[in-house]
Design a protein around this ligand. Structure first.
Ligand code: PMT
Length: 409
């Protein structure tokens, strides 16, 4: 995991969004990172160092000229030991100083001294954010390799509506993971589908299934983290779209087929994690069906098989499907792998403990077209996504060799 045991310096500059930086530190620590907070004088007017110190379990650095801090923490040591530096919130002031190379306090000194990748999470009033000077400064920092996450739009603490809110702490964490992850999928265009489709019976009722979208979202997030350009076609889900991923929202299987077909034209890898309804009502009613109408049966017709269609014009694209099963998982997965002419199938026993719809973990078998199979233990859905994408990397880089998985005896 990119955050486990890594040192992340979180620079906190003075804005009302400082309180959200507390959650950022909590999430980073929860993900296994060692967090060193550095606060500007203005930041300490909003939140006390004690809060960050308690959340991080590490001393907080605030003052270059404090003799105790300098001997115990040391601004150059802080700069050197950072695997990544994130500034959240990054005010217009700290952005300007960094762009100009000014180092007049501890945070800006650490920023000049470090060679670690930098993530900026700006937060400020919308007019400040739109000011040409701020935009020019941000562009200069991006040109030097800084990653910018947010700011988001919405109502601002200053009373304005617009762009200027600190990105969500989850999105800042994701950007930090991104800068710490080897970009072994750079250049790949990965298309992922996720979630359930809804097939209308009438304007009120529909046929659907229990997919939450978590498995597909994990694949999209991890592929993007590893450098791919990612498009996510999503059926119904309550999840927030992952940052940095182009998301297309659909409802029915027919809509998903159209969206996947359109995006597949430029994709190098397709991962169908969505649970697409195999059948849909043949004659959905225009109006709500009355209880008194007592329909004897629901007439169904097949939805397009999206993967099968893609396989007919496969080209050099890698096609990966999932097989959600409740019995004979490997046998059924192998059958679908062959029927749909896939490169890899992820057999998913949805009755296994820890593999339920909507959970954060999964238990799967990877089976590839060469017949090689790997039974994975209980893993988080992100770890499962990583294993699938490891297979893709091996497959894509072994231009002449067929990829193989360890044979399970
Ligand atoms: O979303 P979660 O709550 O995290 O749950 C994850 C999951 C269980 C939904 C996921 O891991 C999974 O197994 N997804 C595939 C579910 C499924 O529909 O399996 P299937 O065996 O019915 O379909 C086989 C493959 O064909 C799948 O890749 C499916 O996307 C694809 N398909 C299915 C029907 C159809 N009309 N067109 C398709 O392309």
């Amino acid at each position: 995991m990119p955050l486990d045991g890594r040192t992340v310096v979180v620079g906190v500059s003075g804005g009302i969004a400082c309180y959200k930086a507390c959650e950022l530190v909590r999430l980073l620590v929860g993900a296994g990172a060692r967090v060193r907070a550095v606060m500007t004088a203005a930041a300490q007017r909003f939140v006390t160092p004690l809060t960050f110190q308690t959340l991080a379990g590490q001393p907080v650095a605030t003052d270059t000229f404090d003799l105790t801090q300098e001997s115990e923490i040391g601004h150059i040591r802080l700069a050197d030991e950072a695997d990544a530096v994130a500034i959240a919130p990054a005010t217009a002031n700290v952005i300007a100083k960094l762009a100009a190379g000014i180092a007049d306090d501890l945070l800006t000194t650490v920023l000049l001294a470090t060679r670690a990748p930098l993530v900026l999470a700006p937060a400020m009033n919308v007019h400040m954010w739109e000011h040409p000077t701020v935009q020019e400064n941000v562009a200069r920092l991006v040109a030097r390799g800084a990653r910018v996450v947010g700011p988001a739009s919405g109502s601002l603490a200053c009373g304005y509506e617009g762009t200027g809110r600190l990105a969500s702490p989850e999105d800042v964490v994701e950007e930090i993971r991104h800068v710490l992850t080897p970009q072994d999928l750079a250049g790949e265009r990965v298309l992922v589908s996720a979630g359930a489709t809804q097939e209308p019976i009438d304007p009120v009722r529909y046929l659907s299934n229990r997919s939450s979208g978590k498995m597909g979202f994990a694949v999209a997030r991890v592929a993007r983290r590893r450098g791919a350009d990612v498009t996510l076609v999503v059926g119904t889900t309550a999840l927030t779209p992952p940052a940095g991923v182009h998301t297309v929202q659909v409802t029915t299987g027919e809509e998903m087929a159209r969206a996947v077909q359109a995006a597949a034209a430029s994709a190098t890898v397709v991962v169908m994690a969505a649970a697409v309804a195999d059948y849909r009502p043949r004659h959905p009613s225009e109006h709500k069906v009355k209880k008194s109408a007592r329909p004897a049966a629901l007439e169904l017709e097949p939805n397009p098989d999206i993967l099968r269609r893609l396989a007919t014009r496969k080209g050099r694209r890698v096609l990966i499907g999932f097989a959600a099963e409740t019995e004979h998982v490997v046998r059924e997965a192998r059958r679908k792998l062959a029927e749909k002419r896939l490169d890899l199938i992820v057999g998913n026993d949805v009755t296994a403990p820890g593999a339920a719809f909507g959970g954060d973990t999964n238990v799967v078998h990877l089976i590839d077209a060469a017949g090689e199979e790997q039974a994975l233990p209980l893993l988080s859905k992100e770890e499962v996504a990583d294993r699938i994408l490891d297979w893709v990397v091996a497959h894509r880089s072994a231009a002449t060799r067929r990829p193989t998985l360890r044979r399970v005896r």
